[in-house]
Design a protein around this ligand. Structure first.
Ligand code: COA
Length: 183
């Protein structure tokens, strides 16, 4: 296990199988992981909802390069991951994480898709669409009304059934910049 990678999911038994952190989450095209996540293989990459596979270093770096979360502290990223349904995209050979998407969902009526990002070296290869196809097919997302906000990627999401609509938005209360640090 790479010491640079930190587990942020709910406590689980130590992993020794093929989905252990730092190893390629390989196996059949679709499977259920020990952590309860699903995975799907496509074009040398797999998508998994196994929180134990997430590479927080990758996610923080990817979000730091985004226009919407460049100033998000690591402990806030970690808390957001803990409280969300997260999708990781991994290279099958070696298990390097190359994509991420996060969904806040009640699993029944409503979900919010956010933090969709593909590693800069792997963009324009269909991986964003691959990741999105998995997200919208997930049972905790596909059966809900799903919202998202985007500055310029409307065309991507319109391929998956999203339509433009106006929403009201309330920012965080002043003086409450985020959740407390949880080391
Ligand atoms: C947006 C992003 C996730 C797309 O992933 P990707 O792997 O590069 O995209 P894909 O190769 O799967 O193709 C995306 C499709 O959506 C379209 N698209 C529309 N708006 C787009 C945009 N802003 N960026 C990328 N693709 C866009 C592309 O033209 C392409 O359509 P096509 O297949 O008909 O040519 C990725 O480019 C990325 O991480 N960008 C930086 C972060 C970001 O902007 N995230 C979205 C925030 S809402």
């Amino acid at each position: 296990m790479s010491p640079a990678r930190r587990r942020v999911g709910a406590p689980k038994p130590p992993k020794t199988g093929p989905s252990a952190r730092g190893r390629a989450p390989d196996g059949p095209a679709r499977r259920t992981s020990p952590g309860g996540g699903m995975s799907l293989e496509h074009a040398g990459c797999v998508v998994s909802t196994d929180a134990g596979l997430l590479d927080v270093d990758f996610i923080c770096a990817a979000l730091a390069g985004s226009y919407w979360a460049r100033d998000r502290p690591r402990h806030v990223v970690e808390q957001s991951i803990r409280n969300s349904l997260c999708f990781g995209l991994y290279e099958k050979q070696g298990g390097r994480q190359v994509g991420f998407a996060r969904v806040v969902t009640d699993g029944a009526t409503f979900s919010w898709l956010c933090d969709v990002v593909i590693d800069g070296s792997r963009r324009g290869m269909g991986l964003g669409k691959f990741l999105m196809s998995f997200v919208v097919a997930h049972p905790q997302v596909g059966g809900t009304v799903c919202l998202l906000g985007t500055r310029d990627a409307h065309g991507l999401y319109e391929k998956f059934g999203f339509a433009r609509s106006e929403q009201m938005r309330r920012p965080p209360s002043p003086g409450r910049p985020g959740p407390p640090c949880q080391a």
